[in-house]
Ligand binder design. Structure first.
Ligand SMILES: [Zn+2]
Length: 116
């Protein structure tokens, strides 16, 4: 007796549809003011020198009170972020467009440079 092996791939996850609303609607919640990443979980947030949660930056950009890459430019940050967004299902062209739109508005990049 041989049962037919129906190995149909059933995708339970609803992927393929890039949710870009989180990146455009500032009302959606806090964003990292350096890379634009939405901050949802407590561990997403960066930390101050005293070890407290920093609401403005993510843990990738800011830790122990300092930027992890203080000399990074806005352009370099975009180049770093696009591959991550592509991994999240956002086409590169679209990711770049989003970055171009939101990056200059973020606290770290807008206005005169206050880099030490
Ligand atoms: Zn960040």
């Amino acid at each position: 007796m041989s049962a037919p092996t129906t190995d149909a791939k059933t995708n339970g996850k609803a992927n393929g549809k890039a949710d870009t609303t989180a990146y455009t609607a500032a009302e959606m919640g806090p964003f990292c003011q350096s890379c634009g990443m939405p901050l949802h979980k407590p561990e997403d947030f960066g930390t101050s020198a005293e070890g407290f949660r920093v609401n403005d930056y993510c843990s990738f950009c800011f830790g122990d009170g300092v930027f992890t890459e203080p000399s990074l430019t806005m352009r370099q940050m975009m180049e770093k972020c696009v591959p991550f967004m592509a991994e999240a299902g956002i086409p590169e062209v679209q990711a770049r467009g989003l970055m171009e739109a939101i990056m200059p508005k973020l606290k770290r990049w807008r206005g005169p440079s206050t880099a030490p």
